[in-house]
Design a protein around this ligand. Structure first.
Ligand code: PRP
Ligand code: URA
Length: 209
């Protein structure tokens, strides 16, 4: 079974409160989502392997450390996942970015695919699927399945807020995937929104309704 990591980092929790607040406008919402994504990227990359690298400091030679050539890929689920990309790229700028376009049918709550463009060597990369919201889990589970169908073998999922139902769904369908979350909320409402949540992440990021 994949692990579920819920970060208790004070900076992340502080910023998440502003993200949730209905009074936070589009610009601040976008900036905060980017910042929290960057901070979460710090946590999710904690186990990257290191290799020795000989360097010269101003005083002497030393054996320093560097990331051991791991190939990373970031996969935002469109559209709200786009709001997390720049934050993650600030910490891992060499990562390739693939896109999976999914929207949730408002009646059935089932994910509908409309776009998929991935790095060609997806099977060699450690992939981080990013989406602010893990509600029913249908979108994340489908996106992960697209990646696996194209050969991906090493996948993590990073979300800001999750409902217990969404976590359970991803675990049921993808028990090899670790999940990183900033907050686990109480429940889904009758329209499939996370409660208390933050509302519609895509609309709040892009100023749409
Ligand atoms: C939201 C969110 C997730 C999905 C979560 O996207 O960004 O992708 O819903 O719900 P689920 O876990 O029940 O599948 P939405 O479908 O609203 O599309 P958008 O990002 O284009 O607004
Ligand atoms: N998608 C969102 O944007 N918000 C939710 O609460 C659930 C799905």
């Amino acid at each position: 079974m994949g692990n579920v990591y819920v970060t208790d980092h004070p900076l992340i929790q502080h910023k998440l409160s502003y993200i949730r607040d209905v009074k936070t406008g589009t610009k601040d919402f976008r900036d905060l989502v980017e910042e929290v994504s960057m901070l979460m990227a710090y946590e999710i990359t904690r186990d990257l392997p290191l290799a020795d690298k000989p360097i010269q400091t101003p005083l002497c030679e030393m054996t320093a450390k560097q990331i051991a050539g791991k190939k990373l890929g970031i996969i935002p689920i469109l559209r709200a996942g786009l709001g997390m990309v720049d934050g993650v790229l600030r910490l891992i700028p060499a990562a390739k970015v693939g896109h999976v376009g999914l929207y949730r049918d408002p009646e059935t709550l089932e994910p509908v695919e409309y776009y998929c463009k991935l790095p060609t060597d997806v099977e060699e990369r450690e992939l981080i699927v990013i989406d602010p919201m893990l509600a029913t889990g249908g979108s994340a589970a489908a996106a992960i399945q697209f990646l696996k169908d194209r050969g991906a073998q090493n996948i993590k999922l990073m979300c800001l807020i999750a409902a217990p139902e969404g976590i359970a769904k991803v675990q049921e369908h993808h028990d090899d995937v670790d999940i990183y979350i900033a907050g686990v909320d109480e429940k889904l409402n009758e329209k499939g929104y996370i409660v208390p949540g933050l509302g519609d992440a895509g609309d709040r990021l892009f100023g749409t309704k």
